[in-house]
Design a protein around this ligand. Structure first.
Ligand code: SF4
Length: 397
């Protein structure tokens, strides 16, 4: 395979430092790299070197396969009891006029809008408010499940679960079981930020700790559930904080095997309390994807949100370890646009997304949330008259 040839060539480079050569040999021999080696990659690995290693792993795991899914988002509220410094999305209670708080019926109507549409997943996540509690989500999940049994419910992060379980005075195991019984299928990866407490204290002081975040995922995995994990990078953290973050995830994954995808999230500095912090460059973004791919040897997938990083960078990322570029978003999420993402109105039809993947020589696969193949678009010809399809924007206050 070409990716292996590139790695062999790299190993013959006389200018490669002993440390980098040793890491490259480990990757070739399918050996796990250490914490210190992770830091070495961040400090010394240039883009070309990291790309060769990450693409070798990516192609060994997935060949050219590049996954996406068809989903829609529901964001119950953008008001939040917390005050994360990097958050461009939440409007604190004192800025209530700029916020929205959907009722159960309004949210259910958003679900029914997609009746008959070929979506496989609803992704539900938003701010934290007292009225969105355990009984609220039990009822909401149950209503979705009864209305459309095959729709995968991916909902809420440990930030929300920790808050609502505490309020309900139930432990994580009980809480996650209740959610599963109500219809929850999987947990998205948000709320992880940077695990190390010295960074967390500065950017997300009050919400769940790293241990609480990890415990909730662990309880969910024990129930047979799957989940994802994110890392918010490129702000005040040091490289070793990123490695520490991935190390904790790698350890839990060794224990449970319940994570599906790791999703590095680029810090954006628009309209938040960290606007003075510069954003990472595209080169750093690609380096970070690649190091994630190399470090997290027990994660099947590395995902990039095309809406967050732009379509061009998403294409590039496919050579740096990324094998999943999320969904045919239809403008139902404001999380990216409010943070200053490249895509202010993130909508892309299936045809456009497939072309984006095929144009860089990869194989477009529509998956469901659990990575079962829905459609392999490798030899699929879209009819000439096929028009790009956008779903309507749901009601927004
Ligand atoms: S990041 Fe999440 S928990 Fe933090 S303020 Fe924003 S919405 Fe609330």
């Amino acid at each position: 395979m070409e990716a292996e040839g590139n790695l062999q060539l790299l190993l013959q480079n006389p200018d490669l430092s002993a440390d980098l050569k040793h890491i490259a040999e480990k990757v070739l021999n399918n050996k796990r790299i250490s914490f210190d080696e992770g830091v070495v990659l961040y400090e010394q690995g240039d883009l070309g070197y990291l790309g060769v290693l990450a693409n070798y792993i990516r192609e060994k795991k997935h060949g050219d396969k590049t996954y996406f899914n068809r989903n829609f988002h529901i964001e119950p509220t953008n008001l939040c009891v917390y005050d994360c410094k990097f958050c461009s999305y939440s409007r604190l209670l004192k800025q209530k006029a700029e916020g929205w708080e959907y009722t159960m019926d309004e949210m259910f109507k958003m679900v029914t809008k997609y009746d008959g549409e070929p979506v496989t997943e609803v992704h539900i996540v938003g701010g934290v408010l007292p009225q969105y509690d355990v009984p609220f989500y039990q009822e909401f999940f149950s209503r979705i499940r009864a209305h459309r049994p095959e729709l995968h419910i991916k909902a809420l992060t440990p930030v929300e679960y920790h808050y609502i379980f505490k309020k309900a005075k139930i432990d994580y195991a009980t809480g996650m079981r209740l959610m599963q019984e109500a219809g929850l299928d999987s947990i998205p990866g948000g709320g992880a930020e940077i695990f190390h407490q010295e960074v967390r204290d500065l950017i997300a002081k009050d919400k769940c700790t790293a241990d609480q975040w990890l415990d909730i995922h662990e309880e969910w995995h024990k129930l047979g559930g799957r989940s994802n994990a994110t890392m918010l990078y490129g702000h005040i953290e040091k490289f070793w904080h990123r490695v520490d973050h991935m190390e904790r995830l790698r350890q839990l994954q060794d224990k449970t095997g319940g994570f599906q995808a790791f999703i590095p999230l680029k810090f954006r500095n628009q309209d938040n309390q960290m606007s003075h912090v510069p954003e990472s460059t595209v080169i750093e973004d690609l380096r970070n994807y690649a190091i994630s791919r190399i470090y997290l040897d027990n994660f099947d997938h590395i995902k990039a949100y095309w809406a967050m990083i732009s379509r061009n960078t998403a294409q590039l990322s496919l050579n740096f370890g990324v094998d999943d570029i999320d969904g045919t978003l239809d403008d139902t999420t404001k999380i990216y646009s409010m943070a200053g993402a490249e895509e202010q109105h993130p909508g892309m039809s299936t045809k456009q997304l497939v072309e984006l993947i095929k144009n860089v020589g990869r194989q477009a696969i529509e998956r469901d949330t659990l990575y079962n193949v829905v459609t392999d678009f490798t030899n699929f010809e879209f009819p000439e008259e096929s028009k790009p399809k956008y779903y309507k924007l749901p009601v927004i206050n």
